[in-house]
Design a protein around this ligand. Structure first.
Ligand code: ADP
Ligand code: DP6
Ligand code: CO
Length: 355
């Protein structure tokens, strides 16, 4: 008997220019373009196995060993339905097994805290789409698959690629031009590293989905951000990446993290994702950069925070050791957690890959 099963993993991506706001909540179309760096496969990642079998009664999914409901019309069910539709196209070829007719069982594991502001929805939906695409042997490109991952979680579309990735917001109502594209492969800038500082692994109080919707409905500052601030930053950061210009990349990354947390605060009721430790990390990096510039050097590190208190610090490899020492000296309780100070680098990372 043939077993129809495939496994894929996808790393998280951490945005430098943040996605925050939807113009269409069902299709997950954003109010602004965004840009991120996909971390290395062997750090924070989701691994997902999908199996199709005629003996299964209906589609089911387990996340970290616990069954999650696949709600009709929900994000999981949309992604599964889209991939099945593409499989049916493949099945038009004579002799191709009609496995699209079988229910699927999907099991996924995250090797880091889920829903804690470390982008689990990004790696999670990217791995889900990649594993079903492998199961169905779809001839789709990463950008095509990103259209589907986007409908699971917006940020997931960017984890289909490794390296530096932009999610172009697009302008069409059907979302067909809202997908991820590669800005540069990881190998373009191997010297750039990321340090992940897990401040808290608690589930966040306000999910990204509900938080950003509240911002769209109540923040006046968001309008300025999406119309004026982000379009110029997208252009400038792409250029900085192409030129491997770290000081410009760093300035834009920190400015956009601040802008995102400012619109969260401008939401009614206000949303606070950072805590005192997050703010202390910002102060450390600001002082570290100030001292460097005062001594005639340049900016040496950039902080960024997603929808949670955890910090991601981007820096050239030669500065990482020093930054780790500074952080440990201020936070001696810091515990290594699956590469807390998880650098990425070394092996060439890919986006979502079948394993
Ligand atoms: P995060 O900051 O971790 O991305 P979100 O609030 O955006 O937090 O999303 C968390 C949700 O993403 C989870 O509650 C779950 O529904 C979904 N998710 C996380 N990991 C996976 C996974 N491996 N497979 C499928 N869905 C996942
Ligand atoms: C702050 O992609 O988690 O991490 O599309 O509703 O699932 P949904 O939201 P999600 O939002 C991510 C927000 C962010 C910024 C970013 O990753 O660009
Ligand atoms: Co998320």
């Amino acid at each position: 008997m043939t077993v129809y099963q495939a496994t894929a993993s996808a790393p998280v991506n951490i945005a430098c220019i943040k996605y925050w706001g939807k113009r269409d909540t069902k299709l997950i179309l954003p109010t602004n373009s965004s840009l991120s760096v996909t971390l290395d496969q062997d750090h924070l990642r989701s691994t997902t196995t999908s199996r199709a079998d005629p003996s299964f009664k209906h589609d089911r999914l387990w996340l970290n060993g616990k069954e999650e409901e696949i709600k009709e019309g929900g994000r999981l069910s949309t992604c599964i339905a889209e991939l099945r539709r593409l499989r049916r196209e493949v099945e038009k070829e004579e002799g191709t097994p009609k496995i699209s007719e079988y229910p699927v069982h999907i099991a996924s594991y995250n090797n880091f805290p889920t829903a804690a502001g470390l982008a689990s929805s990004a790696s999670g939906f990217a791995a889900l789409v990649a594993s079903l695409a492998a199961l169905y042997e779809l001839p789709a490109t990463p950008s095509e698959l990103s259209l589907i991952a986007r409908q699971g979680s917006g940020s997931a579309c960017r984890s289909l690629f490794g390296g530096f990735v932009a999610w172009e917001m697009g302008s069409k109502d059907d979302g067909s031009d809202s997908f991820a594209v590669e800005v540069a492969p990881r190998s373009h800038w191997p010297n750039l590293h990321a340090l992940i500082c897990v401040v808290s692994d608690d589930k966040k109080g306000t999910s990204s989905t509900s938080g950003m919707q509240r911002t769209v409905e109540t923040s006046t500052l968001l309008q300025h951000r999406i119309k004026v601030v982000v379009p110029e930053r997208m252009r400038a950061i792409s250029e900085a990446i192409k030129a491997r210009d770290f000081p410009t990349f760093a300035r834009l990354t920190m400015a956009d993290s601040n802008s995102f947390h400012a619109v969260a605060l401008d939401t009614e009721p206000p949303i606070f994702y950072m805590n005192d430790v997050s703010r202390a990390i910002i102060a450390l990096i600001v002082e570290y950069n100030r001292a460097s510039v005062a001594a005639g050097g340049s900016i040496k590190a950039a902080y960024t925070f997603d929808a949670g208190p955890n910090a991601v610090i981007y820096a050239p490899e030669e500065n990482i050791k020093e930054i780790v020492q500074i952080i440990i000296s201020y936070f001696p309780q810091a515990q290594p957690f699956n590469d807390v100070f998880g650098l990425f680098g070394g092996e060439q990372p890919k986006g979502a890959v079948p394993s």
